[in-house]
Design a protein around this ligand. Structure first.
Ligand SMILES: [Zn+2]
Length: 416
């Protein structure tokens, strides 16, 4: 972790500042802390492989004892959740490799790690809405230099969209250590991961952020009132709160969680009046290439029948308006053919181009994310010269439409 991040960290329990305990085992440079123990007025917490672990669940306590005993290697095993020697060694050899991919590292984390459909995440319908909303909100409220936090951001897929909107490293907060470890390494390089519990007070100072956001996770939080109050506290009076893809109590969806109704979500906010959007309208805006209309007022009926809602609370005068969705001119990672496509002739290499066919990894995937058919064509033919040009990373006019339709995706480097 960056030493300067200590300025915004606070103990989740006593609210006190956290400092590196210099008398205990630690490894640091003038700018970064690799391993060590943070202390406040009430507790001590470990920093494990550069990630502060600011909760007191059993793994955190065990990892803290291992750091104190001068065994940061064992502390990382504990936090990653690998207790058998063979699995731990397999993970460590991918972690030490400069060529291992995200996919290989996920595989090394073993069957208990929830990898899910990460390979297809960057083109799924939930993601393209989250990406567009995050970019519109972040570009408006971060001013190029203010700080954002992505809470319950998992392995950092949405956090990634914040990286080029501000010079301040976005904080990625999540309880699940291996996910944020992966995010820093692959998905959102440059983010500042913090391991903490979304059902507890947030371990950050009041007003530390201009944007506090949470996507596709809020319905799994039990302490919703505290969570929203905490988001409001983190952004002080002048910041913005964004909750994306919150499931709707009135309309069933897969992985339903414990959702609230649209009014139920709105009632959680005590200091900033929120706007609640039905995701279908935002999705339609993105599919047609923009603009993203955040000036809209969805009817109660539209909100009630939508499986997912987006909630924004801000006093920023420039947010509830129409936002263009500009096409980037260069990849932030690597341009690749969407892994949902396979060659129509049964070959296994899409990099030669030719005729490609959309193929879903499972029926479950198709049921949950089938709306991607609104932008992913069933069949597409790619000129071999086009696929050969992807390596340049340039989004040329010839491929802009394929990028917009997610036939070609901008993936993190070494993703799979
Ligand atoms: Zn404390």
């Amino acid at each position: 972790m960056r030493v300067e991040t200590l300025e915004i960290l606070r103990c989740p329990y006593c609210g006190g500042r956290l400092e590196l305990v210099e008398s205990l085992f630690h490894r640091r440079s003038s700018e970064e802390i690799q391993d060590g123990i943070l202390g406040c007025l009430c507790c001590i917490f470990p920093i494990v492989d550069g990630i502060p672990v600011l909760h007191l669940l059993p793994a955190a306590t065990a990892a803290r004892e291992q750091v104190q005993a001068g065994r940061p290697d064992l502390a990382r095993r504990t936090m990653v959740g690998l207790d058998d020697e063979e699995g731990a060694r397999a993970f460590e050899s991918t972690a030490d490799s400069n060529t291992a991919t995200y996919r290989e590292t996920v595989e090394a984390l073993g069957p208990n790690f929830e990898g899910g459909y990460f390979l297809y995440r960057f083109s799924d319908p939930t993601y393209i809405v989250a990406e567009a909303v995050t970019r519109a909100v972040g570009a408006t409220v971060l001013g190029g230099s203010r700080r954002a936090i992505d809470i319950c951001g998992g392995s950092g897929h949405v956090t990634r969209t914040l990286l080029d909107l501000t010079s301040a490293p976005p904080v990625l907060a999540d309880l699940f250590y291996p996910k944020i470890w992966l995010a820093r390494r692959f998905t959102a390089p440059g983010c500042e991961p913090v391991c903490c519990d979304g059902n507890a007070p947030m371990p950050f100072a009041r007003g530390a952020f201009s944007l506090a956001m949470c996507t596709d996770a809020f319905m799994f939080i039990w302490t919703k009132r505290q969570f929203v109050n905490e988001m409001e506290r983190l952004v002080g009076g002048a910041g913005t709160v964004l909750i994306g893809h919150a499931h709707n109590e009135r309309t069933w969806s897969p992985s339903h969680g414990q959702p609230l109704s649209p009014e139920g979500y709105a009632a959680l906010f005590e200091t900033i009046e929120p706007h609640v959007f039905a995701e279908a309208g935002l999705f339609a805006d993105v599919v047609k290439g923009g603009p993203l209309d955040l000036a809209r007022h969805d009817s109660a009926a539209a909100l009630d029948r939508d499986p997912a809602l987006t909630i924004i609370a801000t006093r920023h005068p420039g947010l509830y308006t129409s936002h263009p969705l500009p096409m980037p001119t260069a990849a932030t990672g690597e341009l690749r053919v969407n892994p949902l496509y396979v060659p129509a002739d049964g070959a296994d290499d899409v990099s030669r181009g030719g005729r490609l066919r959309l193929r879903f990894p499972s029926e479950d995937y198709e049921q949950e994310y089938g709306a991607c058919r609104e932008y992913l064509p069933e069949d597409v033919t790619l000129d071999p010269a086009v696929t050969a040009s992807l390596a340049t990373g340039r989004v040329s006019p010839e491929i802009a439409d394929l990028v917009r339709r997610k036939v070609i995706v901008d993936l993190p480097k070494r993703y799979y």
